[in-house]
Ligand binder design. Structure first.
Ligand SMILES: [Zn+2]
Ligand SMILES: [Zn+2]
Length: 141
């Protein structure tokens, strides 16, 4: 029987960060790993609270600053689907987000949309897009 392997190993994650010219510090690697393993679109707070148990020296400011660096390099995307807090997603493939009004869960939805393939629209250059859908999720229905 095969032993259970973590989905992402540190060497792989180091290469990702180095590929974006980001120094792969321990804290940055752990934050990236968290985002890749938890597709729940966490907030800064959620990431901090989880990782602070593993890294006692971690500060919320470090999490915040690391997310800003990842964002600037395009490793992650920021979601403003919530009125009150920003959420983060390491899935940078074009996809939309669906938020359930009942349970608050945010799902990735991969509907085909022409909008995702547009570099220009009406002569405007598109550099980012956010597609948010809201309703009642299949688990709550
Ligand atoms: Zn729901
Ligand atoms: Zn997503």
């Amino acid at each position: 029987m095969k032993t259970k392997q973590p989905k992402f190993n540190i060497t792989e994650l180091k290469q990702i960060l180095q590929g974006y010219s980001i120094h792969p510090s321990h804290q940055r690697l752990q934050i990236l790993m968290y985002l890749l393993e938890h597709k729940t679109h966490p907030t800064t707070d959620i990431i901090y609270q989880f990782l602070a148990k593993k890294i006692p020296t971690l500060s919320k400011t470090t999490v915040y600053n690391t997310l800003k660096v990842f964002l600037a390099q395009g490793i992650i995307v920021e979601l403003a689907i919530d009125e009150h807090e920003l959420r983060y997603d390491a899935n940078i493939k074009p996809h939309a987000h669906f938020k359930c009004k009942q349970c608050g869960q945010i799902y990735d939805v991969f509907a085909k949309s022409l909008l995702f393939n547009m570099d220009f629209i009406d002569g405007h250059q598109v550099t980012a897009y956010q597609v948010y859908l809201k309703g009642i999720c299949k688990n709550c229905l």
